[in-house]
Design a protein around this ligand. Sequence first.
Ligand code: FNR
Length: 353
Amino acid sequence: MFVRNRAFVAPMCQYAIDAGDGVPHDWHLQNLGAFAAGGFGLVVTEATGVTAEGRISPGDVGLWNDEQTAAHARLVAFAHSQGAAAGAQLAHAGGKASTYPALPGFGAGTVPPEAGGWATVGVADAPVLPSLAPARALDADGIAGVVEAFAASARRADAAGYDVVQIHAAHGYLLHQFCSPLTNTRTDGYGGSEANRTRIVREVVDAVRAAWPADKPLGIRLSATDWVESGWDVAANARLARVLVERHGVTWVDASSGGLTAGSAVPVAPGYQVPLASRIHAALAGTGAVVSAVGLIDDARQAETILVSGQADAVSIGRAALRNPHWAAAAASELGVLPADNPQAPQYARSGY
Ligand code: FNR
């Protein structure tokens, strides 16, 4: 996969679908399209449900049917026309599914079935967060179904033309629910030891790798710590990352954190998750895998320092890209890239970047 620079757009849910059909439309085109026209190397979709029940909210996009696949192809084609690579974040929210869109004017917590929500499945018969309805624990057949759904979505992502898929294993969603000892109370082969808790991740990665072209990169987003004593921590994540890269064909790890607890003390500050990426980067030394850092990387020189100091291979930009979809063009300009080489769309060449 060719990426013109190492500024990636982090996946960001838009909650923009009213019809509940998971089909991306004009909003998603202009959203990802603006990032692509704004010079980013890689634009990544919002968390994209591998099944209807795996969506975070009824307003999320999905990738489980032909209509959705065709609509995704339109997003990809536009990103490519702007010189950006395109990625799909494949997701199953587990017990954090069926929540209200995180937009002004909506409620909080689980959407009940009578209001358009659905009963959720997860790692255990318990709510993932106190504010959510209890999930029903997946049984062995249910886990196999989830694994196959990830693979089927990866096939569709390939058909839509995506250059990379990123498996969402972070932020308290299904795969993270299995990995963390805070939520995984199972006593079968998917619970207990670290090897058991991470089993579903290896199974999903293997199934996606088999369904996804061998020459296309395969990414995963990890919550590198729960920010809680006795939670899922960076040492375990570094071990998992190494196994996934060395034995299961992952080529890109994005190091995020948190999402599983309501009250943990997260030391939010500029670049606060970069040390997590750096730790995983060190664990993957010599493998050739790409590690991206994310989280309050808002400034061009901050981003450049992370890259040139070898803490990470790429930066994922979230809210700063919402504020300025042309963040990458602005960063290039600030860092001395000549206007003729600026990745911004030529239509915007007189923007001053
Ligand atoms: C997010 N984030 C997020 N993460 C993810 O893995 N999948 C997703 O769909 C979303 N959705 C989402 C929506 C919105 C509106 C925001 C602001 C964030 C988290 C995001 O990718 C990123 O990790 C964080 O925002 C931290 O990076 P920044 O914003 O500090 O650069």
